[in-house]
Write a protein that binds this ligand. Structure first.
Ligand SMILES: Cc1ncc(COP(=O)(O)O)c(C=O)c1O
Length: 497
């Protein structure tokens, strides 16, 4: 079946994007690789003067039967994937010789890396239009900053989940962009509320250009947007003509469902590893898979699945929409660092698509164990009381403990009926017991338009609800359990339960 072409969204571009002329030097850089051309056109140093001749890298080899965290030194030779990167030659398909990756050029990303990513994308998304592509980035922080610059001017408005990743909100606000909150529940954005906000948008206020969302393993709430809500939200985006930015660093940290009953859990966890087909079928539907227009821009990152310091990720979108991203990158990052593109491309091509899926399944297994440990400890130590709600996450790195602040015995007398004051006091008390969890207040999406939006669009469902965000990713099970015990003791003491 031939798929349709994506639509044009250039009417949503920022003044900066409209003003940017292509860098004339970049129009001829591809000729640098042409053996028939003596290239005297640019300030490219001769690769002979790059001091690095080769790089050796060992990683575990698929299918990672001993688990993905097993020390390399304890693996046998055939359980280790060895890469010997050379300066001028490809030893293996997918290698990017250092002389090329360390040189200027290829702002979209090195072809071998992009080829792997495109093939991987085809396994994950059910693309609905023909002309899609990918651009390499220095991770989602960079991709988001680029997105803001490609589309937004000072004074523009974007929508974001009512609690969202504070660094991304701060990046927008620092550019003079208003972040307007959209109500969420334990299944993510509530489509009816989103639609009501937009249907009742104040005349004269700039309409939102973007919806920034973290659909899977949301940061900070740990929730995942229900699949059935995605086409609804996409329809609202069509109706009100905004783009959806799907920030997906946690997409592959999707876990098995939490099972509190230990006997039942033991049965599920003892199952052999699922097939790739079942694994792929179990993953959340992506916004890209419902996008018939090319109005979804998806940000993927290797940070949470390989290593944050790799500073490598990619954007997927229509070729039209990716053009201004490449032009911006030509003038900002130029391209992600050459070393990392070579290292990741060589490793992934040796693992193969199937080996990479093995890796991602290994991660799922590890995170499921850690999540189980955290939620078990929360059930053990957090007061069993309606005022405290534990939401076992099915993706990502975060859990939350939600608390009805009005049940604090001194809510009125000491804290002036202000839930934020309770949250702050608890934060300090928990730290004094030697554990750090982060108050939900740090992630509130705040902002209003000029002229303002109607009061009904800004109502909060449970104004007295506060929460703390913790992660099970960063510490050992023993420390995790001890930390949550201390959190529980503080809550028992403070709430007299
Ligand atoms: C929602 C979200 N987006 C982006 C990032 C940053 O990702 P990267 O390391 O790819 O820049 C994070 C990291 O914590 C995150 O939680």
């Amino acid at each position: 079946m031939t798929l349709p072409e994506s639509k044009d969204f250039s009417h949503l571009y920022s003044d900066e994007t409209n003003a940017r002329k292509p860098s004339p030097l970049k129009t001829c850089i591809h000729l640098f690789q042409d053996p028939n051309i003596i290239f005297l056109g640019g300030g490219l140093p001769l690769s002979d003067y790059f001091p690095w001749d080769n790089v050796s890298i060992d990683s575990p080899a698929p299918p990672f039967t001993k688990g993905i965290g097993h020390p390399i030194s304890e693996l046998s030779n055939d359980e280790v994937c060895k890469v010997d990167l050379k300066k001028d030659v490809k030893v293996h398909e997918g290698d990017i010789p250092l002389a090329r990756s360390l040189q200027y050029g290829f702002s979209q990303g090195q072809p071998e890396l992009l080829e792997f990513i495109r093939e991987h994308n085809k396994l994950i998304h059910d693309m609905q239009y023909e002309d899609w592509d990918v651009v390499a980035t220095a991770g989602n922080t960079n991709a988001w900053e680029s997105t803001l610059r490609v589309f937004c001017n000072r004074g523009d408005v974007i929508l974001a989940e009512a609690h969202s990743f504070s660094s991304c909100l701060a990046a927008a606000q620092a550019q003079g962009i208003t972040t307007f909150p959209v109500p969420i529940d334990d299944k993510g954005i509530i489509p009816a509320k989103l639609e009501a906000i937009l249907d009742n948008w104040t005349p004269g206020a700039p309409k939102p250009k973007l919806l920034y969302t973290i659909p899977t393993g949301q940061n900070p709430t740990g929730t995942s947007l229900a699949d059935e809500r995605k086409p609804e939200i996409f329809r609202i985006a069509q109706k009100h003509d905004f783009l959806i930015i799907e920030d997906a660093p946690y997409y592959f940290l999707q876990m098995d469902k939490y099972e509190r009953d230990l006997q039942k859990r033991a049965v599920t966890r003892a199952q052999p590893r699922e097939s790739h087909k079942d694994f792929l079928a179990s993953l959340d539907k992506t916004f890209l898979s419902v996008d018939t227009d090319g109005r979804v821009i998806r940000l993927d990152s290797f940070s949470k699945v390989l290593a944050p310091g790799s500073r490598l990720g990619w954007i997927t979108g229509s070729k039209k929409i990716l053009k201004p991203f490449v032009s911006l990158h030509e003038m900002t990052i130029q391209a992600p660092a050459g070393f990392i593109q070579s290292v990741v491309s060589s490793t992934l091509h040796r693992w193969g698509q199937s080996g990479y899926l093995d890796w991602l399944q290994g991660l799922r297994h590890e995170y499921t164990l850690k999540r189980d440990c955290a939620i078990d400890a929360l059930h053990k130590y957090i007061p069993e009381n309606k005022a405290f709600v534990i939401n076992p996450p099915i993706a990502g790195m975060f859990f939350t403990v939600n608390i009805d602040a009005s049940t604090h015995p001194e809510f009125k007398t000491k804290y002036d009926s202000d839930p934020k004051k309770v949250e702050h006091a608890l934060y300090e008390k928990v730290i004094s017991r030697g554990v750090l969890v982060v108050p939900g207040d740090w992630f509130i999406t705040e902002g209003d338009t000029v002229p303002p939006q109607p009061a009904a669009s800004k109502e909060r469902e449970n104004p007295n609800e506060i929460f703390f965000r913790g992660t099970y990713a960063a510490v050992s099970p023993e420390k995790l359990t001890e930390g949550l015990k201390r959190l529980g003791e503080t809550l028992h003491e403070e709430f007299n339960v």
